[in-house]
Design a protein around this ligand. Structure first.
Ligand SMILES: [Fe+2]
Length: 385
């Protein structure tokens, strides 16, 4: 199949579950516009083709679940923030974003730019959301209410804009949680209550909005069984015939039990956190990474659309590392894409390219001056970009 043919199939599928599927008439003209852009992008930038595996048969039922990726590694930041909309409810999952330490260098100005853009999208979509999910208390999955400018870009004002007066479906801080997350979660829940919001401990619970059912899983491991990193909640949304599943930080999944739960849910579309291949042999055992890849391949064999993201996209070589996953999807006529690919955009892999970015694009003298500030001062002053 040609790239143009594949592009058309993907666009047909986006009619049923996609960010721009509100009006059939508008959708048709948008599809043609997207098709033109996509063919141009694929033909003129073969190195940035983000559609990595394709599904042959598009789902042409009426749309009931629309997915909008908000923050992801392929959009230049550490995040898995996703906006989900059904006719009954609008939900923002994991309203957080962060940058990470890498190569003993601070993030490049382009990473800060991507973080600012992501923060702006989070604010916009939080304002539309009826409820916000916190899958766990890592800083790339919620926005804390203290000022930290180097990694998280958080402040009390930023957090208030996102969570004020909201229903927040949160991970329990008493069970299946490590010490750091319990402390952060306790502070976060106190803040939500102070700002007029309502926290609902959501582990293993379901919430119904009209004919939409939102179910949070029981805690599953953040990677390996008994991982020191703690536990996370997966979010399942059922509406009509469609099931969407968001699996934050399951890292493949590495856990056999998490794999079983994902397959049991039979999602039509899945946002999946891949394994941290960039830590292979350094902080994570090679065998765990390989298990994560093979489990993701088992998923790609049966789930029609997988948005594969997060830790695995912190490696420039991710396509080769995810080879078995992409092959499994191709063999089964399923689709594996990055969040950028889902949006028909080229992937913006920034963290993995940090060293190159500093060579290609020298930061301004103001930015260099900011980098030289003592750590405690730098954390309170936004980077000049
Ligand atoms: Fe994460």
């Amino acid at each position: 199949m040609t790239f143009a043919g594949s592009a058309l199939k993907i666009l047909l599928m986006r009619r049923s579950i996609g960010p721009d599927s509100s009006s059939p008439a508008r959708t048709t003209s948008r599809q043609l516009a997207y098709l033109g852009i996509l063919i141009y992008t694929v033909c003129s930038h073969s190195t940035v083709a983000t559609i990595v595996a394709r599904r042959r048969d598009g789902n042409s039922n009426l749309p009931s679940i629309r997915i909008t990726p908000i923050g992801f590694e392929s959009l230049g930041v550490r995040s898995m923030c996703t906006f989900v909309e059904t006719p009954d409810v609008k939900l923002l999952i994991d309203a957080g974003v962060a940058l990470g330490p890498r190569f003993r260098k601070l993030p490049h100005p382009r990473e800060y730019q991507a973080r600012n853009e992501c923060r702006s999208r989070i604010r916009t979509y939080a304002a539309k959301a009826d409820a916000i999910v916190v899958s766990h208390y890592h800083n790339d999955h919620h926005t804390p209410n203290y000022t930290e400018t180097v990694w998280v870009g958080s402040s009390p004002e930023e957090a208030e804009q996102i969570y004020k007066d909201k229903l927040v479906l949160v991970k329990d801080i008493r069970n299946y949680i490590n010490f750091n997350q319990r402390r952060r979660g306790w502070m976060f829940q106190r803040f939500i209550k102070r700002t007029g919001g309502k926290c609902e401990v959501a582990d293993g619970r379901s919430f119904e909005f009209g004919s939409t059912k939102i179910t949070l899983s029981h805690p599953v491991p953040h990677g390996e069984d008994n991982s020191e990193m703690g536990w996370v909640l997966m979010t399942r949304i059922r509406c009509g015939e469609e099931t969407f599943l968001h699996a934050s930080d399951v890292q493949g999944p590495m856990s056999k039990e998490t794999l079983r739960l994902i397959l049991k849910d039979k999602p039509s579309i899945l946002v999946l956190g891949g394994p941290p291949t960039y830590l292979k042999g350094v902080r994570v055992q090679g065998s765990s990474i390989e298990r994560g890849i093979m489990n993701a391949a088992k998923i790609a064999k049966t789930v029609p659309t997988v948005i594969l993201e997060h830790h695995i996209l912190r490696s420039e070589n991710w396509k080769a590392e995810a080879g078995p996953v992409l092959e499994a999807a191709n063999e089964a006529d399923n689709m594996v894409v990055t969040a950028a690919g889902y949006l028909n955009q080229p992937a913006l892999i920034l963290e993995a390219r940090r060293q190159d970015l500093y060579t290609e694009e020298k930061p301004s003298p103001e930015f260099v001056k900011w980098m030289e500030l003592p750590r405690d001062k730098r954390q309170l002053k936004s980077p000049p970009i």
